[in-house]
Design a binder for this molecule. Structure first.
Ligand SMILES: NC(=O)C1=CN([C@@H]2O[C@H](COP(=O)(O)OP(=O)(O)OC[C@H]3O[C@@H](n4cnc5c(N)ncnc54)[C@H](O)[C@@H]3O)[C@@H](O)[C@H]2O)[C@@H](O)CC1
Ligand SMILES: [K+]
Length: 523
C-alpha cells in the first residue's frame, strides 16, 4: 500500500485541481461523502438501525479539514440527523472551498456553537453525552506541533466520551509525516482518509490515535498519483505473498539454500541457537553455524538440525576465525554475522574480509554492527552490489550514525533511507513499525508485530529468518521485507494466545511456519 507525506498529498490535490481540472470543491464534496458513507455504516449497526433523529457532534477548525467538516455537517443534516457544530475558528478565517461550505451550512440553518473559551465546555459535554457519533474535522494534513491550549481541553473531553469518534483524514493533533503527537490528539475509533494513506497513520503514535483506517477515493486520477513518484509503502499481505519461495517438488536440502550463521560467545550461545531456529523455521535447506570453540557443544545440542563449525577462539570469535568462516562461505548462499558475538575488535578484520573478499549475501546484526560503528564506511564496501542487509535496533543505529537514539527515533524513515543510499545497503531499522529502506530509494513500513517482541533473542530470530529467505534465493530486499513481516505476524499470533507479553523468542521462531502457511493459503 502506497503512503504519502502531507506535501505529496498537497501536490496530488493541487495537480488534480489545476492540471487535471477537477474543481477543489468537488474534491471536498467527495471527501465529505466518503465520511458520510462511513457514518452511515457505523450508525447502521444492529442497535442503531436508522440515521434520522441520530445526533452528531462535529468539531471544526480553520483549514480545509474544517471545510470537509462543514460539508459533512450539511449532508448529515439533510439525511435527518441532528447536527451540532463546535466551531474553533471564526468564519472570517476560512478561505476558498472551506468558506463556501461554511456559508452553505449557515444558509441551511445549521447549528453552530462558537468556541471562544472554556465557557462552552459544559455545553460540549452535554452534547457529547447525547451524541451517537462525534466527528473530528479540526485539523488535517496541514497540522504540525501542538494543539492550541483551549482545543486541548475540548479534545480531552472528547477522548473520554463513549460515542464512536471518527476523524476526518487524520486525527487532529497527529502529524501526517511522522505520527508525532506533541501534547494530545484526538483518539479516533475510525479515520476516513482521502486518496492515499499518510505516513503518520502508521508511524510513531499514529496507530494509537487513528483507530480503524479507511481509505476512500475522492476521484483523484491514478496518473496524477503516478506522477508524484511515491516510494514509501506499507507492507501488506498482497506485497508479501508473491515473495514466499515456492518449494520445488523435486527439491532437496541442497537446493533449498545453505546459510551460515556466524556469532555467539561464551554466555551468549543462545543468540546462535535462536538465529539457527529462526532460519530452520523459515525453510532453509542447510544451516551451518560458525562459533567459538567454547560453545560448540551447547550450540550443537541446541540446534540439532544444523552443523557446527568451531573457530579457534575459545570465548569469542576473533581474527583467527577467518579460515573457518571463509571455508563455509565458499559454498554458502547467504550468511548472517553478529548475534552473540560480543564486541571483540579482533573480529573486525573478519567482518571487513567477508564484505570485501566474498560475494555471499550478508546480514549484519547486533555486535557486528557495534564493531563496524567505529568505521561505518566499511558498510559501503558492498555498494552497488545489493548484497548487504543491516538490521540495527535504534541503539545500534545511533552508534552507526554517531547520533542519539532520540534523533534516530525522530527521523526513522529519513535516516534509514539516507543511510541505505550512503552505504548501498538495505537498512532494517527495527522498532515499533520497522522501517526497511533500500538504496534504490524505496521504503517499506512493517505494520506487524507488537510490544511482546521486546524480549531477548527475538532480533536473533529475525536475522536467521532473513538469512534463510536470502539463502532460498529471495532477492535481498524481498527477504528483508518477508522476514520482518512474518516475524511480526508470528508475534501477533502469539499475542493472540498469550496476551501482550510473556511469549519467548523461541516461540516466535516456532510460529513462523504457521504464519507463512496462512499467507500461502490466502494466495
Ligand atoms: N483541495 C484539497 O487540497 C483538499 C483538501 N482536503 C482536506 O484538507 C485538509 C488539508 O487542509 P489544510 O492544508 O488547510 O490543513 P488543515 O485543515 O490541517 O489546517 C491547517 C491550518 O491549521 C493551522 N495549524 C497547523 N498547525 C497548527 C497548530 N499546531 N496550532 C494551530 N494551528 C495550526 C495552519 O496554519 C492552517 O491554517 C486535508 O487533511 C483534507 O481533510 C480534502 O477536502 C480533499 C481536497
Ligand atoms: K481531523
Amino acid at each position: 500500500m502506497r503512503l504519502v507525506t502531507a506535501g505529496q498529498m498537497r501536490n496530488i490535490d493541487a495537480n488534480t485541481i489545476n492540471k487535471f481540472g477537477i474543481p477543489g470543491i468537488v474534491l471536498m464534496e467527495n471527501a465529505a461523502l466518503a465520511v458520510v458513507r462511513q457514518v452511515r455504516k457505523i450508525l447502521h449497526g444492529e442497535r442503531q438501525p436508522k440515521i434520522p433523529g441520530k445526533k452528531a457532534v462535529i468539531l471544526i477548525g480553520k483549514g480545509n479539514n474544517g471545510g470537509d467538516g462543514f460539508a459533512v455537517a450539511r449532508h448529515l443534516s439533510v439525511s435527518g440527523m441532528e447536527v451540532t457544530v463546535f466551531f474553533f475558528a471564526g468564519g472570517g478565517e476560512l478561505g476558498g472551498d472551506a468558506r463556501l461550505n461554511y456559508e452553505l451550512y449557515l444558509k441551511m440553518g445549521g447549528k453552530i456553537v462558537q468556541v471562544e473559551d472554556e465557557m462552552q465546555i459544559r455545553l460540549f459535554r452535554l452534547a457529547l453525552i447525547q451524541a451517537d457519533i462525534v466527528i473530528d474535522a479540526l485539523y488535517g494534513t496541514g497540522f504540525k506541533g501542538s494543539l492550541p491550549d483551549l482545543t486541548q481541553k475540548y479534545v480531552a473531553e472528547m477522548n473520554k466520551c463513549s460515542a464512536p469518534v471518527l476523524a476526518v483524514d487524520i486525527a487532529s493533533g497527529l502529524e501526517a509525516d511522522s505520527g508525532k503527537v506533541s501534547s494530545t490528539a484526538v483518539k479516533a475509533d475510525y479515520t476516513v482518509t482521502f486518496g492515499l494513506a499518510k505516513l503518520g497513520h502508521f508511524l510513531g503514535e499514529g496507530p494509537v490515535y487513528t483507530g480503524e483506517l479507511l481509505i476512500d477515493q475522492i476521484s483523484i486520477p491514478e496518473n496524477i498519483i503516478y506522477e508524484e513518484k511515491i516510494t514509501t509503502y506499507l507492507l501488506t499481505a498482497e506485497i508479501i505473498q508473491p515473495l514466499i519461495p515456492v518449494r520445488n517438488r523435486q527439491g532437496h536440502k541442497g537446493t533449498h539454500g545453505t546459510g551460515v550463521f556466524i556469532g555467539g560467545s561464551v554466555g551468549m550461545s543462545g543468540a546462535v541457537v535462536l538465529g539457527g531456529r529462526g532460519a530452520l523455521r523459515s525453510g532453509i535447506g542447510l544451516l551451518q553455524m560458525v562459533v567459538p570453540e567454547g560453545i560448540v557443544e551447547t550450540v550443537d545440542r541446541g540446534v540439532i538440525e544444523g552443523t557446527v563449525w568451531p573457530a579457534p577462539d575459545y570465548e569469542m570469535l576473533g581474527q583467527g576465525a577467518w579460515n573457518a568462516v571463509l571455508e563455509r562461505l565458499t559454498e554458502a548462499d547467504a550468511c548472517a554475522v553478529g548475534p552473540g558475538l560480543k564486541p571483540n575488535s579482533g573480529f573486525l578484520p573478519v567482518i571487513k574480509s567477508i564484505l570485501a573478499d566474498t560475494s555471499v549475501p550478508v546480514i549484519l546484526d547486533a555486535d557486528a554492527l557495534n564493531l563496524v560503528a567505529g568505521q561505518p564506511e566499511l558498510l559501503s564496501l558492498r555498494k552497488g552490489q545489493g548484497s548487504l542487509v543491516v538490521t540495527p535496533h535504534p541503539g545500534e543505529m545511533a552508534r552507526l550514525c554517531q547520533c542519539t537514539v532520540l534523533e534516530v527515533q525522530e527521523s526513522r524513515v529519513e535516516l534509514a533511507l539516507a543511510k541505505a543510499i550512503e552505504w548501498g545497503a538495505i537498512v532494517v531499522l527495527k522498532g515499533a513499525v520497522t522501517v526497511i529502506a533500500s538504496p534504490d530509494g524505496r521504503v517499506f513500513l512493517n505494520p506487524t508485530g507488537n510490544p511482546g517482541l521486546g524480549t531477548g533473542g527475538t532480533g536473533d530470530v529475525l536475522t536467521g529468518c532473513i538469512m534463510a529467505y536470502a539463502a532460498q534465493g529471495v532477492p535481498l530486499l524481498g527477504a528483508a521485507c518477508l522476514g520482518t513481516f512474518l516475524h511480526g505476524r508470528a508475534a501477533d499470533e502469539l499475542s493472540g494466545i498469550y496476551g501482550s507479553a510473556g511469549f519467548t523468542a523461541a516461540e516466535v521462531a516456532d510460529m513462523l511456519p504457521k504464519v507463512r502457511k496462512t499467507l500461502e493459503v490466502e494466495e
